[in-house]
Structure formats: structure tokens, C-alpha cells
Design a protein around this ligand. Structure first.
Ligand SMILES: [Zn+2]
Ligand SMILES: [Zn+2]
Length: 322
């Protein structure tokens, strides 16, 4: 099965946490967290349409400047989602530069500050020298972004400060049965993309597709599509270890195919983890096990473990496989 999303860590485990999610067959990508992104290629950066920031500690937000500079001449807008203070943080970053020569530039930045029950929205547009424009707020019920192919949800967590967890879920996945294609003597081609789109949009059975000069109805074509559960990818970084927070995380990441989860401290440094409002590797493993996660990626390790770089991952996986 070809997945719809490819996802990967941008940096190594001791560097800034940041996951790049490429939407296949579209010139589009997302970022979970905006730490140092200087390892991304210019073409990877150009594809970024939406950024989901857990919180604005410097290791999760310092990449904003690189992103901004790369996208200044881009026609399509950039959306940034984060906790309530994200709007002020973006505004502060933009105020750090002088913008008298960008009136002709197309970039529009839409910023969404997520709280327990509402989402505030402000826009910063190059044509307006990035002065802040406040838009209407909307109620928040966990859903951040909904598109025909997928949805993104957020959970409000605590890391002493408000901090968000994110999860990306594909509605369902459509696989084309090559054997059935052969039986119906149908060629592979761009019509398959239209066909898949029609399935997602619940098109009527008499809808027709022109394939190599012949017309075929949705009804005739149904047997070539096998529908399976979509991917779920979750991202949790920097979170306090109090009980209600952990319960929330387990429910939120339930049945993820992949969970990226911070494992900042080892269990032997549990006290330090409590003081600094981080998870231990063992806790990350427990969360993944309890939530029935298929693949755990432990990440965001404290530099104090550089001498034993595999230890956090080992501890997390040992608890996960217990
Ligand atoms: Zn961090
Ligand atoms: Zn933090």
C-alpha cells in the first residue's frame, strides 16, 4: 500500500525536534514544530503550507525566520497553528525587521492561536508590511484542520505553560487493485486520481470517466478500489508528567500508526523531569503501549545523554514492549 504521507524527523535526537510530513502526489508538506530547519532543502521548504507548533520555547520556534525568508515571494499563504500566545510570538518576530520594500510581495501568513474552547485568528500580510490584522475567532472542539483527504486535531496539554499535542489522520486509504484493473483491461493513468477523488466525495454511481476513449461508470469501476483504514500520525513534545496530562495524551494518540514522542529524560532522572516539565523515556514507552501505538519514535533527548546516545530510545522501547 502506498501511503498518503511520508514523515520524518528533520534533525537528530539531540537537536531541535521537528517532523516534516510530505503529502504525496501534492506539492505540499506540513511541519510539526518549528525548531531549526536549516537541514531542509529549499524545495522541501517551499512545499510547507501548514505549521503546527506545540509551544514557543526557542527549540520549537527558532526556525520561523528561515521559513519566513524562504517564503516571502510565495503566492500561496502560510498557516501557523499554535497555543494562544503564538499570535504575539509571530508578531514579535515580524516586528524585529524593517519592511518598507515588500509591498509587492505576495506572502500572507495566517496565524491561529488555539485555546481550550476557541481559536483566535490573525493575519500578517506582506502587502500591509506585516501589520497584524485580527479576524473573527471561532469555537474549538479539537479539530484544527479538515480537508477531503485528512484531518488534524490538537489537544491542549501542559508543560507548565500551555502546550499542544497534534495528530494527523487520513480519512481512509484507497488502494487500486492492479489485478482488477487487468481484468477490466484498464490502463494506469491520471484518471485514477480523479476516480479516487470521486470516491472520497461520494460521487453517484452513474458518474462517468473517459478512459482511453471509452466511458466507464463509477458502478463498473467500483471493484478496482480497495478501501482501508487511513494512517494516523501523532506528535507529542514537551509535556508535564502529571496524571491528567498523561491520560489526555493516551486518549489523544490512541491507535496511532506512528507516535513521535519526546523522551527528554531517563527514568533515573525522574525528579529533574518533574521539575522541568518533561516526560521520561519510560513514560513515553508506557504512553505508546497503553495507546496501542504501532510504531513509537522516541525523540528530543536531553544533551546530558550524548555520552550514551541510545539510552533514551532503549528505555522507551523496553517499556513499550513490556
Ligand atoms: Zn523542547
Ligand atoms: Zn519546552
Amino acid at each position: 500500500m502506498k501511503p498518503t504521507f511520508h514523515h520524518r524527523l528533520v534533525n537528530n535526537f539531540f537537536e531541535d525536534p521537528c517532523v516534516y510530513v510530505r503529502v504525496l502526489r501534492e506539492k505540499r508538506a506540513f511541519l510539526f514544530d518549528l525548531g531549526d530547519i536549516s537541514r531542509l532543502s529549499p524545495s522541501d521548504i517551499q512545499k510547507i503550507s501548514d505549521v503546527f507548533v506545540t509551544h514557543t520555547h526557542i527549540d520549537h520556534f527558532i526556525g520561523f525566520d528561515i521559513l519566513l525568508r524562504a517564503l516571502l515571494r510565495r503566492e500561496s499563504p502560510l498557516r501557523i497553528f499554535g497555543p494562544a500566545n503564538i499570535i504575539g510570538c509571530v508578531e514579535g518576530k515580524l516586528k524585529g525587521y524593517t519592511w518598507n520594500l515588500i509591498k509587492e510581495y505576495p506572502l500572507k501568513i495566517e496565524v491561529f492561536g488555539i485555546e481550550e474552547t476557541l481559536v483566535r485568528h490573525s493575519g500578517f500580510y506582506a502587502e500591509n508590511r506585516f501589520d497584524r490584522i485580527d479576524h473573527d475567532e471561532r469555537p474549538f472542539d479539537g479539530l484544527v484542520l479538515k480537508e477531503p483527504l485528512f484531518e488534524i486535531r490538537a489537544e491542549c496539554l501542559t508543560h507548565q505553560i500551555p502546550c499542544l499535542g497534534f495528530s494527523l489522520k487520513e480519512d481512509f486509504h484507497i488502494n487500486i487493485d492492479k489485478a482488477a484493473l487487468g481484468r477490466l483491461e484498464l490502463p494506469v493513468g491520471p484518471w485514477l486520481t480523479k476516480f479516487k477523488k470521486a470516491i472520497r466525495e461520494n460521487a453517484p454511481e452513474d458518474m462517468e470517466f473517459a478512459i482511453s476513449g471509452k466511458k466507464r461508470s463509477m458502478k463498473e469501476l467500483k471493484e478496482i478500489a480497495a478501501i482501508t483504514k487511513g494512517q494516523k500520525v501523532s506528535y507529542i513534545s514537551d509535556s508535564s508528567m502529571d496524571e491528567s496530562n498523561i491520560k489526555k495524551i493516551i486518549a489523544f494518540v490512541k491507535n496511532s500508526d506512528t507516535l513521535y514522542c519526546e523522551a527528554y529524560f531517563l527514568e533515573e532522572d525522574r525528579e529533574r523531569a518533574m521539575e522541568r516539565h518533561h516526560l521520561t523515556a519510560k513514560t513515553a514507552g508506557m504512553i505508546a503501549r497503553e495507546a496501542g501505538v504501532t510504531n513509537l519514535v522516541a525523540m528530543h533527548f536531553s544533551p546530558k545523554y550524548r555520552e550514551c546516545p541510545d539510552a533514551p530510545k532503549k528505555e522507551a522501547l523496553m517499556e513499550y514492549n513490556r
